[in-house]
Design a protein around this ligand. Sequence first.
Ligand code: BES
Ligand code: MN
Ligand code: MN
Length: 457
Amino acid sequence: MEYINNYIEANKDRFLNELFDFIRIPSVSAKPENKQDMYAAAEFLKNKLLEAGVDFAEVNETAGHPVVYAEKMIDPKLPTVMVYGHYDVQPAEPLELWHSKPFEPEVRDGKIWARGADDDKGQLYMQVKAFELMNKTGNLACNIKFMVEGEEEVGSMNLGDYCKANKVKLKSDVIVVSDTTIIANDTPSITTGLRGLSYVQVEVTGPNRDLHSGLYGGAIVNPANALAKMIAKLHDDNYKITIPGFYDDVVEISREERDLMALAPFNLENYKKSLDIDAVKGETGYLPKEHTGIRPCLDVNGMWSGYTGEGAKTILPSKAFAKISMRLVPNQDPEIISRLISEYLTKIAPEGVRVKVEYLHGGNAYVSPVDIAAYKAAEFAMEKTFGKQPIPVRSGGSIPIIALFEKELEVKSILMGFGLESDAIHSPNENYPLFNFYKGIETIPYFFNKFSKTAFV
Ligand code: BES
Ligand code: MN
Ligand code: MN
């Protein structure tokens, strides 16, 4: 389809400049001081969708950051595709590790360097520009809706209510999301699974104030020592999680499916090299890609206590904290899991400290079927533009709202992302190759064309 490459070729600099303007708005959902930037990013998107030719676009208030909604209905008899994405980004800290400023995008070595370059501004913007391309060339083959939120990176707390309140408006035949990865640029893949998440904060309290570590040390329970010991008890020597009941609802995957998964290319040496580690370690009996793809895990995301400034201060802290994420697999319930860890930590805490566990947010895992028209259309589209059939892959990441879409809107999602694991999302020096940005724009129209013909047959 020549019009696709022609349109991209004629507009590619403008596409990139617009994405840069989008990225320059520091829409960090976690930070109260960026509240105005959230509105600025939402307005920016609304205006770009209007310029691209939607029937209408609006910025809808929620109890948190606003949702951008837009649609173009061309024919009620045609299928409707809803594009979901997020305009919020992770905080850019630690700033001193960036080689260029996180909100001043630059192209170096064929990649865009900036916070949000991939996750999800770059990937979302591919969808916006692909829509523009289809619409302006007269090739839009499906009705289209856009629902873009500003709270994905902080747990999508208000999108569930938004969906419940707008079921009719949000009606669609499939949801398409570009917010995941492919294996490599010469090995396309489609994400068929996302892990769920249960995120908790632990607070251990000892004495009523920080104490002199000489006058009191050795006589009373130090909450930082206690928390470290408790956390160490959460895994056994086989890297199994020891919380009673943790695995109760886990569904084991069949040998056949695991053998199929093992066919996806994975180079352990390159993996270790890319992370500067000399060994990988995970639950006994599973391969590295299974550790992230089909097994749950538990990780400390942050820990703090006592004096962490420069030099030495001799105190025995009053409190110790940890943030813990548990990635879940299908059938595990995030709230039950948070209750189990809470009960277990309370049980193993030594006398002399008190434990409080707070559930911050979570969501269920998602598995996408591979035998539906939308998956096959995505497969067809990627095969057209990459020249190879994409491999189905279960990702270790989470987009908790996707399982909720299935529950509330009763519609499946297709995770057609174009990022690479090396894009350093959430890390300093996030980047997105220009190749992937333009490849996404090129691929999406093939999906719409195919789905338009196959959705209802
Ligand atoms: N886009 C990512 C998730 C992702 C990335 C899935 C790559 C698969 C492949 C998303 O923005 C993200 O970071 N999600 C959070 C969810 C959390 C903040 C509720 C995550 O996985 O930590
Ligand atoms: Mn994302
Ligand atoms: Mn993210």
